[in-house]
Write a protein that binds this ligand. Structure first.
Ligand code: CMC
Length: 446
């Protein structure tokens, strides 16, 4: 966006109808008219500050709780058209990446803007793979968690703890340091996730096997028992890799906004991505996959779906895994995931909850409540069924979302840091609380 935008000007008279990229605003309190520049179909909120009743007036602000209609950044990473159900990373359609790419190649694309050449990919894979090991003290740290600690809690805390192991990560404006932290974050996510899982089972940790692929090694660290060499099942390895691609980034969602907001204070990327992971944990965000499966189990049978939908429509509960702030059409990721689900079920046997999920979808897609609100299955509706069939406990579902999202977070973080227009994130508020009042001593309070 052009940084030299002219200030909003009070306008006198101009009835010219020639097309200009400006917005004319009339303040009916003062009868003054202002002309505000439009760039990229956007006006700058700061331009509204010129709109004042008098000199003492702070100036007009826009009020946008939950950022429904506010662009907080200029980004070149991920494009979504929610009405058309389009998702692209750096211009590449998600469908093509899911079919032709690998997660690590996609992660490279997100971080480096372009698909890698063969040698660039080799080097990237080498660096990420050689940062999969974690310091032995982290094992002790993980041992301190209760046996039934939620693995997301362990993941969030351990990512934050990495900050204490790598104080060099504070040099956020050193490109070499940033590169190293990105290798570390993407490389160590599966290790921390798998160690957290093994901790909940009371099983010994399995060290990374650097000869395996990124998802293959993750499966090794999760499921290896007494075999000398773990060989991941190729169908499950591929399914996990595609699921990782689908979850890698999703533009300015709650956790991306968190890493940008927290990172804007110039804290190190371990602390910033721990905050993003915490944001992802919520049931309205990455925690929805766990909640969706709990919901299907609670419904219990296909016959009980209509009764459940009735409760949803009465506002008693939500149909988890449905609806999206941006998608007002079928989530393109959900379409691909439905296909993967059948590939995994062919191998592992059909998940008995599938019929309940399909019935929920069938009813919801025809029901006026959902149609009117444009509520479609999102990425989280079918993933839980796949993860469960692969042998993951429900508490691991949000963790499986967080692992690949790290590549999106670090891409968003770096883009924010290098954007000269960005500053520490600091929204305004509309204060409607008390005006000044004198302190009331305890004995005079009612
Ligand atoms: N079930 C029933 N009603 C719903 C649902 C749902 N899942 N989602 C939205 N609505 C209704 C909502 O009650 C509201 O109705 P009304 O206009 O009568 O008040 C209307 O649809 C708009 O909902 P909203 O909460 O204003 O929409 P939002 O854009 O703020 O929320 C959402 C988006 C994803 C948080 C929401 O759809 C939701 O809670 N879905 C269930 C949780 C879920 O699946 N989250 C995963 C999102 S995708 C993965 C990710 O990127 O994190």
């Amino acid at each position: 966006m052009d940084s030299a935008i002219p200030m909003t000007q009070p306008k006198t008279t101009d009835s010219s109808s020639a097309r200009r990229d400006t917005l004319t605003i009339t303040d009916n309190r003062t009868a003054k008219t202002y002309e505000v520049p439009i760039t990229n179909d956007t006006i700058r909120a700061n331009d509204l500050r010129k709109i004042r009743v008098d000199e003492s007036d702070f100036g007009m602000m826009s009020y946008d709780p939950a950022f429904n209609n506010t662009a907080s950044c200029i980004s070149r990473i991920t494009y979504i058209d929610g009405d058309k159900g389009i998702l692209r990373y750096r211009g590449y359609p998600i469908e093509e990446l899911a079919e032709k790419s690998t997660y690590l190649e996609t992660a490279y694309l997100l971080v480096h803007c372009e698909l890698p050449t063969e040698s660039q990919l080799k080097e990237w894979q080498h660096h990420v793979t050689h940062h999969t090991f974690i310091h032995e003290s982290i094992k002790k740290f993980l041992d301190g968690f209760h046996y039934d600690a939620h693995p997301m809690g362990m993941l969030i805390s351990t990512i934050a703890a990495l900050s204490t192991f790598y104080p060099d990560a504070k040099h956020i404006f050193d490109p070499e340091s940033r590169k190293k932290q990105i290798y570390r974050l993407i490389g160590k996510m599966p290790t921390i996730a798998a160690f957290s899982y093994r901790h909940t089972l009371g099983m010994p940790y399995v060290y990374p096997d650097n000869d395996l692929s990124y998802p293959g090694n993750f499966l090794n660290m999760l499921f290896r028992t007494s075999e000398t060499r773990y060989r991941p099942n190729p169908t499950l390895e591929k399914a996990l890799d595609v699921l990782f691609i689908l979850h890698a980034d999703h533009e300015q969602n709650c956790s991306a906004n968190t890493i940008r907001g927290v990172g804007s204070s110039h804290v190190d990327p371990f602390c910033a991505s721990a905050a993003a992971t915490a944001a992802l944990y919520g049931p309205l965000h990455g925690g929805a996959n766990e909640e969706a499966l709990r919901m299907l189990m609670e419904i219990g049978s296909v016959q009980k779906v209509p009764e459940f939908i009735k409760r949803v429509k009465a506002g008693e509960t939500r149909l988890m895994g449905f609806g999206h702030r941006i998608y007002k059409n079928y989530d393109p990721r959900a379409r691909i995931i439905k296909r993967i689900a059948y590939e995994v079920f062919d191998l592992m046997g059909k998940n008995p909850l599938l019929e309940i999920a399909l019935e929920c979808e069938r009813i919801a897609l025809e029901d006026e409540y959902f149609v009117k609100r444009k509520l479609y299955p999102n990425v989280d509706f079918y993933t839980g069924l796949i993860y469960q069939s692969m042998g993951f406990p429900m508490t691991m579902f949000p963790v499986l979302f967080a692992i690949p999202r790290m590549s999106g977070w670090v891409a968003q973080w770096e883009e924010m840091l290098l954007d000269a227009e960005q500053k520490i994130a600091r929204p305004r508020q509309i204060y409607l609380g008390h005006d000044t009042r004198s302190y009331v001593p305890m004995e005079q309070r009612s």
